[in-house]
Design a protein around this ligand. Structure first.
Ligand SMILES: Nc1ncnc2c1ncn2[C@@H]1O[C@H](COP(=O)(O)OP(=O)(O)O)[C@@H](O)[C@H]1O
Ligand SMILES: [Mg+2]
Length: 148
């Protein structure tokens, strides 16, 4: 899979999420990095669609974490924006679900990496012309292999 993507429209972000979902399995941790409006939730919606989630994947900002159980593997979608510390993350008990789920975290950089031995980082950005970009950064040999 290509590691660098140019995403001119929301559909492109969605499509990237769907193709990423094809690589995902229980135990995976995906950390979405990027500013407000970069497309983190949109990418997660594509991942949800690719996993067969039928209920709406919306921003979990006000609930922090939401579990979608109706796809081929449970999708745990976390918005860590309001979490200030690793102790706050511990309170979510994500370690309980991580092994049996795909865990996708917005704003989780520096907070959630230790939930899994390896993780995939997706760096999303918004260019001045409003086009979004995505770079997939594997952290760990398993993700290195899966992306090549
Ligand atoms: N590739 C894209 N091109 C243009 N707009 C996009 C793209 N991807 C997402 N968007 C739009 O940007 C807005 C913010 O996206 P969102 O996924 O909520 O960002 P984030 O979760 O990173 O804050 C939404 O209206 C979404 O449809
Ligand atoms: Mg969001």
């Amino acid at each position: 899979m290509n590691r660098e993507h140019v995403l001119p429209a929301p559909d492109d972000t969605h499509a990237l999420g769907r193709s990423l979902a094809g690589l995902l399995r229980a135990g995976d941790l995906v950390v979405l990095v990027g500013p407000l409006g970069a497309g983190k939730t949109a990418l997660t919606q594509g991942i949800g669609a690719g996993l067969g989630v039928r209920d709406p994947v919306t921003s979990p900002t006000f609930v922090i974490a939401r579990v979608h159980r109706d796809g081929r593997v449970p999708l745990v979608h976390v918005d860590a924006y309001r979490l200030g510390s690793v102790a706050d993350v511990d309170d979510l008990d994500l370690d309980v679900t991580v092994a049996d789920s795909v865990t996708v975290v917005e704003w989780g950089q520096g907070l959630v990496e230790r939930l899994a031995d390896e993780h995939l980082e997706v760096r999303l950005d918004r260019r001045d012309d409003d086009v979004r970009t995505a770079v997939l950064v594997p952290h760990g040999p398993g993700w290195d292999r899966r992306l090549s």
